[in-house]
Ligand binder design. Structure first.
Ligand code: SF4
Length: 723
């Protein structure tokens, strides 16, 4: 791995961060755990002094091999922030008021049970989280299903990677990254589409850079000119939402040039003829008109990808946050199958998930249509198995997804919502409508570590523990199950999230349940076949964790999937026709807004904006504009401008940048004071139910001098968030 300014890590930083002598300092302890930010799942070693953290080091071995990015290295101290929730809160007389644990938990159990009794189990719903552990997500879904009788359970991954789970399950039989992060360094070609690993997954970007330094070819397809594209042999800057046209044209060329892997297609796939019939309709010249990428470049990309001995596809939410997200994932799966780039080392289809346990939350059944281990709720045999384990009759119809839960809340059909570690009041699209939906709930309970924008609207707030205050496991984007460990006690009278959930489950009649996270993991191992060989005893003696599938205690875990075949036998090709985004620029809204993240922050900023190291680096949202557009409008770098869509408006600083074309603007989604999701389009993918957060039609308004002075006086566009 090479040092890189883009990972925020230099050799000097690394020496400092590793602090070779710290373990020898009297009164200090080192605790092995996992970085709480992105899905890369980097290993952290916490330096602990008494009940306080005093620093971190990068843990050895995969995936980070001692390295940490900016967030991992500087973003840990939010755990001690004075904003931490330390006492349960109950709304009384309109105000959130401190209360006892007993009163808060009794109220949650009583109100949710009453809503079920009066309005039926469909009137309550739960949102779990990729920030919480496997054990917490497992118990949470059990509480909703067995305790309240509803399958209305989902999690924040619905907003980004539901299409990956659905698409990769449909194509290959497993909804997860096919290969491992380390394998990227040995790929001969890496095709990045709709991912910006330099800012979102910097340690994965470092493995890609390592591959490039070894001579691997890099193709980078993204509507923005992203940082890692500087290393690319080929840059394809396609228009947002045109991925399927671009991919179909690449596959058209591969067929035309006779570069398809006929042996793989004949031996391991099905439905090739139907797929081929569609792809033949997409010559690169047509895709050029749709995507804006010259046909010659599309041809070149297709030949490069198909001819490399080991080609690996890397994608992220740039591919999935569309009304066609599921089709896009099926399309990259088609591309890999067409060229035999799946089931081999350093190949595959590799989604980069945004949250530390986004994969685990799905594996644990925090989804409306499947039990833990992706067993469909509507299949009697799998339901009977879970009924036997829980001792309760379980609902047999799939529940509502997060997008549907919020819509049903707005209509008054979902009346009670339990939110565990998620923040839809900032992360969901069309926030005016989302906030209306949350306010309409008769009962909202939020369990979190800070008073998030969602918690501010709650009737009960339960203070949970941060990642350094609890034990558990998380599953990274490469299916690596690792331990997180309690290093310090929870803040104030906050409690471990698992303890809170088990107490609630008991109050809902499920009995006292397992004694701790190790016993929950034993239950997970019994119910989830791919976790069958996992236990705390084993994970505690496997410093780098274990990658699923790991079906038995003597199984070593699995670095890459589908080596010996697909779980369903043959993998089906999916014919995918191009469909454009739901909203197009017009006279009133002539620009395309796309959203994403910045290096310094994560998700809705709940943790990163309260880290002294990260918060000081970048506070306040900026909207990226092409200098040509800015010049036409008379806007200078740093001027506040208003960004307006059909759903709302925000004021943000103009950042003049060549990373966006004249027709586009980019706004990060971390900032409450200029929330990108006030602008985004709630239209969603009909299969994955993921909203189109990557395309909205907007206009930019130049603010007059009086408005700018008034904003400057009020500090309106620079105010830090409260949540
Ligand atoms: Fe943490 Fe992700 Fe950075 Fe690794 S790459 S240190 S997991 S934020």
């Amino acid at each position: 791995m090479t040092p890189s300014q883009f990972t925020g890590t230099t050799q000097e930083d690394r020496e400092d961060s590793r602090g070779p002598s710290c373990s020898a300092r009297p009164g200090w302890r080192l605790v092995e755990t996992v970085c709480p930010y992105c899905g890369a799942g980097c290993r952290l070693r916490l330096r602990v002094r008494g009940t306080r953290l005093s620093g971190v080091e990068g843990g050895d071995g995969p995936p980070n091999h001692g390295w940490l990015c900016l967030k991992g290295r500087l973003g840990w101290d939010f755990a001690h922030h004075p904003d931490r929730l330390t006492v349960p809160l109950v709304r009384k007389g309109g105000l959130l008021t401190e209360t006892s644990w007993a009163e808060a938990l009794d109220l949650v159990a009583a109100r949710l049970s009453e809503l079920v009794r009066v309005s039926g189990a469909g009137a309550v719903a739960g949102l779990a989280s990729g920030k919480c552990t496997n054990e917490e997500n497992f118990v949470f879904q059990k509480l909703m299903r067995a305790g309240l009788g509803t399958n209305n359970i989902d999690q924040c991954g619905r907003l980004c990677h539901a299409a990956s789970v659905a698409g990769l399950t449909a194509a290959f039989g497993a909804g997860a990254m096919t290969n491992s992060i380390d394998e990227l360094a040995s790929a001969d070609l890496i095709f990045i589409i709709g991912a910006n690993p330099t800012v979102a997954h910097p340690l994965i970007a470092a493995r890609i850079e390592e591959a490039c330094s070894r001579g691997a070819r890099l193709i980078c397809a993204d509507p923005r000119s992203i940082e890692i594209a500087r290393l690319a042999d080929l840059r394809l800057q396609h228009l947002p939402g045109t991925d399927a046209a671009l991919l179909n044209a690449m596959m058209h060329v591969i067929l035309e040039e006779g570069l398809a892997d006929e042996r793989f297609i004949a031996g391991r796939t099905e439905n090739f003829e139907a797929f081929q019939a569609v792809v033949r309709r997409y010559p690169p010249e047509l895709a050029e008109v749709v995507s804006g990428v010259p046909a010659a470049k599309i041809r070149e990309a297709a030949v490069l990808y198909a001819q490399a001995p080991r080609s690996s596809i890397v994608y992220s939410s740039g591919l999935t946050q569309h009304t066609t997200g599921l089709a896009n994932v099926l399309s990259v799966a088609n591309l890999a199958m067409l060229t035999g780039n799946v089931g081999r080392e350093s190949t595959g289809v590799n989604p980069l998930l945004g949250q530390v346990n986004a994969q685990g939350a799905c594996d644990m059944g925090a989804l409306p249509d499947v039990f833990p281990g992706y067993q469909p709720v509507c299949v009697p045999a799998s339901r009977e198995r879970y009924e036997a384990a829980s001792g309760c009759q379980l609902p047999g119809q799939p529940g509502l997804t997060m997008t549907e839960i919020l819509a049903a809340a707005a209509r008054g059909e979902v009346k009670g919502l339990f939110v565990l570690g998620a923040n839809p009041a900032l992360s969901a699209p069309d926030l005016k409508h989302t906030t209306h939906a949350l306010r309409r709930l008769e009962f909202l309970v939020v369990q979190d570590i800070f008073l998030t924008e969602t918690a501010e609207l709650a009737h009960v707030v339960l203070p949970g523990a941060s990642f350094v205050e609890k034990d558990g496991t998380v599953t990274s984007t490469e299916r690596r199950v690792q331990r997180i460990r309690r290093a310090v006690p929870p803040a104030g009278s906050a409690r471990s999230d698992l303890d809170i959930l088990l107490d609630l489950a008991d109050r809902l009649g499920l009995g006292p349940g397992p004694g701790g996270p190790d016993e929950v993991m034993n239950e997970i191992a019994r119910m989830v076949p791919d976790y069958g060989g996992l236990s705390y005893r084993r994970l505690d003696t496997s410093p780098a964790g274990i990658q699923w599938p790991c079906p038995t205690p003597d199984h070593p875990g699995t670095r890459y999937l589908h080596r010996y075949g697909f779980s369903g036998g043959r993998a089906p090709f999916s014919p995918v026709d191009y469909q454009g985004p739901a909203e197009h620029p017009d006279e009133d809204y002539p620009l395309i807004l796309t959203t994403g993240c910045v290096l310094e922050h994560s998700q809705t900023g709940t943790m990163s904006r309260r880290s002294t190291g990260l918060g000081g680096l970048l506070q306040g949202a900026g909207v990226e504009l092409n200098p040509l557009l800015a010049a036409e409008m008379g806007v200078s770098d740093g001027d506040p401008v208003r960004v307006v869509s059909r759903r709302g408006a925000v004021v943000a600083r103009a950042i003049l940048s060549l990373s966006v074309g004249r027709e586009m603007v980019f706004l990060p989604y971390h900032f409450r004071e200029a929330s990108a999701n006030l602008l985004t389009n709630p239209a969603f993918d009909p299969g994955a139910k993921t909203p189109e957060l990557k395309v909205a039609a907007v206009r930019i308004e130049r603010l007059d001098a009086a408005t700018i002075s008034a904003l400057a006086a009020a500090g309106a566009h620079e105010k830090a968030p409260a949540g």
